[in-house]
Design a protein around this ligand. Structure first.
Ligand SMILES: [Zn+2]
Length: 211
């Protein structure tokens, strides 16, 4: 079986994965890939203002494939006005270094898209990670060009509405393995698991512009 690529994890020892870390924890090991950003839950600390210089240095690192996770969470973290400000910084940074963004969105899909549109940064590729929203929200995000990354818990109708070339899989901070996620997603889509792994690996490479 081909090794499935884990699009989003917080496990520092993960391989064949994008390891998501905050800028102060970024200490790259050879052969590994990262995304760097301020998690929306952390925006409540220190006013959520990232060290701009440090974040910029991390973003430019060749092992950093994407900016994030960043985004908006209506249930946790600082108040939304602060989160919006932090998310805006990540979006402009992604645009300036030409990288994609790993987005955390909890009941904020419309706002995420509106903010990117408002900043005239619709060319910045977004992947919504930990996708659990319903089919209607999935279609809204897909229409805006987003990739959707699914973990062990998801809405089956949303998954079924996701085109196979916009689909990613991840473990995030769940105890399940990426193989378990791959089997579950493949089963829901009535696909052979190897086929699912092949196409999600390809999608990840494309989305992340992997060398
Ligand atoms: Zn995460």
């Amino acid at each position: 079986m081909t090794t499935p690529f884990d699009f989003h994890t917080h496990r520092l020892d993960a391989e064949d994965a994008v390891i998501s870390v905050s800028p102060d924890r970024f200490s790259p090991e050879s052969g590994k890939w990262y995304s760097v950003g301020i998690h929306p839950w952390d925006t409540a600390q220190a006013m959520g203002v990232p060290d701009e210089e440090l974040l910029r240095r991390c973003a430019a690192h060749p092992q950093v494939l994407a900016i994030g996770e960043t985004g908006l969470d209506s249930l946790r973290g600082a108040e939304l006005s602060v989160q919006r400000e932090v998310f805006a910084r990540h979006l402009s940074l992604a645009a300036s270094v030409g990288k994609s963004v790993v987005v955390h969105s909890v009941r904020t899909a419309q706002e995420i898209l509106a903010q990117r549109r408002g900043m005239r940064l619709t060319a910045v590729p977004l992947a919504i990670h930990g996708m659990r929203a319903n089919e209607r929200v999935a279609r809204l995000l897909l229409d805006a060009g987003c990739y959707l990354s699914y973990g062990i818990r998801f809405n089956p109708a949303a998954l079924l509405a996701t085109p196979l070339d916009r689909l990613l899989i991840e473990t995030d901070d769940a105890p399940s393995t990426i193989y378990e996620v791959a089997h579950l997603v493949a089963g829901t889509l009535s696909l052979d698991v190897d086929e699912l792994i092949g196409l999600t690996n390809l999608n990840a490479r494309r989305f992340l512009q992997m060398p």
